[in-house]
Design a protein around this ligand. Structure first.
Ligand code: CAA
Length: 379
């Protein structure tokens, strides 16, 4: 156990840091205000290899390990959590799910383009009446022989309007409860598929979150992932991995806010001394740094277990639970250290504080993580 990143992992970290500082930082406040993420920037993330980092190179991916992915996620999230959620959903929910459970034909048709970022994907589980209670899927897929007829509404879908490929969970046979759920691959522009309302969010405002409506959308059976009824298991297993991505996002938001607070404390004077010379501020920074370090160890542990192909369900849930909790605490303290400046947009920490909240909600709320952890403990 060395706790050291390899040469390759350090190079990935540096590349992500450079990209975040030079390309993401300049427009991040504007993107938060306008709620728009330029397509050129999204494409650039793909060109630089951030959209399919863990995918096998034979499907055009980077062939990297999960540790490389989480260190890149941390660097990008320090600056722009909207960019990192697009990245996280594409990498760990869509690409990873397709690579692990899709067939060769699906990988050829979809994964190869998703891994390069030529197109991006969305993971569609949540519904108006099925958020945490994900087995209660109301979206239906009626079996019509060679195809399914898809009807229903999905809510709060990340990459809702920017995606081209959608993994849609739907109920095929309600009598079988969660064992009657399937995951279908739906393409943008299919007749009957409408991208609905864009959400006006508290944070991650640069990323697009939409509701989606499906009315008699014909989906060929060759677009079903796995055997009939595999959809819920697909969603749960994929989310286990996704939670490592969101945990690293929460970690990045925290470390970004901490670094800004530290730099500010070393510059700003009050009562004749730099803030960093006041014990009240030193203690805040000490607590923030300790929490961040603990969160990073949990994130790296979960990523390492996944890389070793060991059971990482509990570790991923613990990493997400803790990293998202400390993201609230650390970003709030970062605003406090900045005083009045912390409350205005140009100092970045107020945005990070708003961005932090969602990490306790999506890909399983903190309450769901506690449920997952306690169920694992009782096994
Ligand atoms: N990993 C693998 N399988 C799991 C699992 C896990 N973590 N948790 C449950 N399952 C399996 C169970 O083994 C069971 O399968 P079998 O019957 O074959 O054994 C099946 O799922 C149903 O489980 P339960 O009987 O325990 O069902 P439940 O209703 O009591 O609990 C739940 C299910 C764990 C609460 C689940 O509904 C859940 O995880 N909810 C949270 C959903 C979520 O994370 N949503 C996020 C939306 S996606 C998103 O945010 C993406 C984005 O855009 C950023």
């Amino acid at each position: 156990m060395t706790f050291q990143l390899s040469e390759e992992q350090l190079a990935v970290q540096q590349a992500a840091r450079d990209f975040a500082q030079t390309e993401l930082l300049p427009g991040v406040i504007e993107r938060d205000t306008t709620q728009k993420f330029p397509i050129e920037l999204q494409k650039k993330m793909g060109t630089l290899g951030f959209m399919g980092m863990m995918v096998d190179p034979k499907y055009n991916g980077g062939g990297m390990d999960t540790i490389s992915y989480v260190v890149a996620m941390e660097e990008i999230s320090k600056v722009d959590a909207s960019a990192s959620v697009m990245m996280s959903v594409n990498n760990s929910l869509v690409c990873w799910g397709l690579e692990k459970f899709g067939n060769e034909d699906q990988k050829e048709r979809y994964l190869k383009r998703l891994a390069t970022g030529e197109v991006i994907g969305a993971f569609c589980l949540s519904e108006p009446e099925a958020g945490s209670d994900a087995t209660s899927q109301r979206t239906t897929a009626e079996d019509k022989g060679d195809y399914y007829l898809l009807n229903g509404t999905k809510n709060w879908i990340t990459n809702g309007s920017s995606a081209s490929v959608y993994l849609v969970m739907c109920q095929t046979d309600a009598s079988k409860k969660h064992k009657g759920i399937n995951c279908l691959i739906v393409e943008r522009g299919q007749p009957g598929f409408v991208v609905g309302k864009k959400e006006d969010k508290m944070g991650i405002r640069g990323s697009d979150t939409h509701s989606l409506m499906f009315t008699d959308v014909k989906v060929d059976k060759k677009n079903r992932i796995g055997e009939d009824g595999f959809g819920f298991s697909f969603a749960m297993t994929t989310l286990n991995g996704g939670r490592i991505g969101i945990a690293s996002q929460a970690l990045g938001i925290s470390s970004g806010a901490y670094e800004l607070a530290l730099a500010y404390a070393k510059e700003r004077k009050a009562f004749g001394h730099k803030l960093s010379e006041h014990q009240a501020i030193q203690f805040k920074l000490a607590e923030m740094a300790t929490k961040i370090n603990a969160a990073r160890l949990l994130v790296w542990q979960a990523a390492s277990l996944k890389d070793q192909k060991k059971d990482f369900v509990k570790a991923a849930a613990m990493a997400k639970l803790y990293a998202s909790q400390i993201a609230q605490e650390v970003t709030t303290e970062a605003v406090q250290i900045h005083g009045g400046y912390g409350y205005v947009k140009e100092f970045h920490v107020e945005r990070l504080m708003r961005d932090a909240k969602i990490t306790q909600i999506y890909e399983g709320t903190s309450e769901i993580q506690k449920m997952v952890i306690s169920r694992e403990l009782m096994k």
